[in-house]
Design a binder for this molecule. Sequence first.
Ligand code: SF4
Length: 185
Amino acid sequence: MKGVVRLVKIATTWLCCCSGCHVSVLDLHERLLDLLGDAELVHCPVLMDTKEIPEDVDVVLIEGGIRNEENVEVAEEFRERAEIVVAVGTCACYGGVPGLANLYSNEELLRTVYVETASTENEDGVIPSEDVPELTWRVRPLSDVIDVDYELPGCPPEPDLIADAVTAILDGREPELSTTNLCEE
Ligand code: SF4
């Protein structure tokens, strides 16, 4: 009987982000095909219309930090199901640009967005609360709520940095982070 070769299952997802880190993955172009090689992409919001989190994942790349309770749930669920969690991008690693919201209270943010901006038409001053995930008390990096195995900072990280890191992880090696990819002069 022939042996069964199990494909490595890779997932990506996003939390509080701008999706720029996923665009960086797409910027790999043909190299993305080489990277996936014998792997199976089981979840990826920019390439697949899948909402459910897969049962078993070998490596998940998570873009974005924690801004609301749904972000917490998704992060925790992926942590339970994935062997290796990689935080991709400055938002996931440190909070990034959305972290500037921590200069204000949630009440101030909600009033600004839903009531006080010049373009808002909301005569009754209603701030949506139903079917909207509650904001966490502040924006947090991914590692504040789950164990993260590797962090790839950058806004967004260079495509090659992501590819090299994922290749190393799939080969069972420690990814080498190049400092020149973060702040090149
Ligand atoms: Fe967007 Fe930069 Fe955050 Fe990635 S790190 S989600 S590119 S703001």
